[in-house]
Design a protein around this ligand. Structure first.
Ligand SMILES: *Cc1c(COP(=O)(O)O)cnc(C)c1O
Length: 393
């Protein structure tokens, strides 16, 4: 046992705690937009960065700092920079680390807004993105070798098919090609997967999902080596403004305390539900990394400690049958969000992936019979009851 470095569970409840003179036990919430100085000289020194201390909450705020320190401890990262949302975290990486004329390589299966950001906005400012199949390591290598490539961007497991990217293999490609690997660790969180330990350069989070874990607030974060993320990203965030609000930071900070408990319980339920679905005669296929039938089950077990809380499955009978399952749900919420203690169900082809052309959607494996469930903390028997009603016996 290493007594120098506290364990994950201890860090989750204690890292980043910086008590005020009042001696409060629970973390304080600093709802203040600015901070006062004792003199004109101190104001000048703070603005010049010659004296440490708070100035204005677009720059830094003690509650936001506490959240950053705790998440950095959990990802075992040198530095964490908080952002207003997961999308702001992705934008901050691009704005802080890239310039016009450079290119990015990204996996084809990405969160919808990430694809929209890359294709509809970054492309306008001269940053092109090449998409490759998530699991095709050779294709990543070829694309990353094209001169001008700066960032490799991947989500693993992917949404909604839970494909697994080989983080260690992609990290090796990033090193060989002089590019930086960014992993969106939203689906696993540091409770199940630590991409920096596998060689990734940067981890980004939508803290809106499992880090808060209770569906309350939006937030995001970027983690990595200090020289890589701190200066370039804070320079952008402080001047552009998508910083995390202290209130949201406080909510997510408290969410981190139960992160591992929730992730483990939700993963256990997801595995049970996936097993039940796999045996159901009306279900053609179940996508869940924790199942032995998942094509990358071994890789998943190597780089994540559990399968995670998200699964998808294909029902016989296309959209009509899939919508019947959704509409029969009394416990599971019909919403496209994920990462909540409340289970959610969505029909990707008509919601999250509804804007993708039907042919491209089919090619990506997102058929009309596909449903995605983000498993929460309810009794599995109640979730089974919901699905049984919609699927039929
Ligand atoms: C939700 C999500 C995002 C975007 O996060 P927001 O907090 O909604 O901005 C990015 N990546 C993944 C994988 C997500 O699920």
């Amino acid at each position: 046992m290493n007594h120098e470095q506290p364990g994950f569970d201890t860090l989750a409840v204690r890292a980043g705690t910086d008590r005020t003179a009042f001696g409060e036990h629970s973390e304080a919430l600093f709802l203040t937009s600015s901070f006062v100085f004792s003199s004109a000289g101190q104001a000048a020194a703070r603005f010049a960065g010659e004296e440490p201390g708070y100035v204005y909450s677009r720059y830094t705020n003690p509650t936001v700092t506490a959240f950053e320190q705790r998440l950095a401890a959990l990802e075992n990262a040198e530095c964490c920079v908080a952002t207003a949302s997961g999308m702001a975290a992705i934008l901050a990486c691009v704005m802080g680390l890239m310039k016009a004329g450079e290119r990015m390589v990204a996996s084809r299966s990405l969160f919808g807004a990430t694809t929209q950001l890359f294709n509809n906005f970054l492309a306008r400012f001269g940053i092109e993105t090449e998409y490759v199949a998530l699991t095709d390591v050779a294709a990543w290598e070829t694309a990353a070798s094209v001169p001008g490539t700066r960032l490799l961007f991947v989500e693993t497991p992917s949404n909604p098919l839970t494909e697994i990217a080989d983080i260690a293999a992609l990290s090796a490609i990033a090193r060989r090609t002089g590019t930086l690997l960014i992993v969106d660790n939203c689906f696993c969180s540091p409770a199940l997967q630590r991409p920096l330990a596998l060689g990734a350069d940067i981890v980004i989070h939508s803290a809106t999902k499992y880090l808060d874990g209770q569906g309350r607030v939006l937030g995001g974060a970027v983690l990595g080596k200090r020289d890589l993320v701190f200066d370039p990203l804070t320079a952008f965030l402080r001047n552009a403004g998508p910083t995390l609000s202290p209130f949201n930071a406080w909510v997510i900070l408290k969410g981190l305390e139960t992160l591992k408990l929730r992730m483990e319980a939700q993963s256990r339920s997801a595995l049970a539900l996936a097993g039940w679905l796999e045996r159901h005669p009306r279900v053609r296929r179940v996508h869940y990394p924790g199942l032995a039938s998942h094509p990358q089950h071994d890789l998943a077990l190597r780089q994540q400690s559990l399968g995670g809380a998200i699964l998808s499955f294909e029902v016989d009978g296309g959209r009509i049958a899939a919508w019947r399952v959704v509409d029969a749900c009394k416990v599971i919420s019909i919403t496209a969000n994920l990462g909540d203690t409340k289970s959610t169900i969505t029909h990707p082809a008509s919601t999250t992936h509804g804007r993708v052309a039907a042919a491209a959607r089919q090619a990506a494996g997102i058929g009309e019979g596909l449903l995605r469930i983000a498993v929460g903390l309810e009794d599995v028997s109640d979730l089974v009851g919901d699905l049984e009603r919609g699927l039929g016996q």
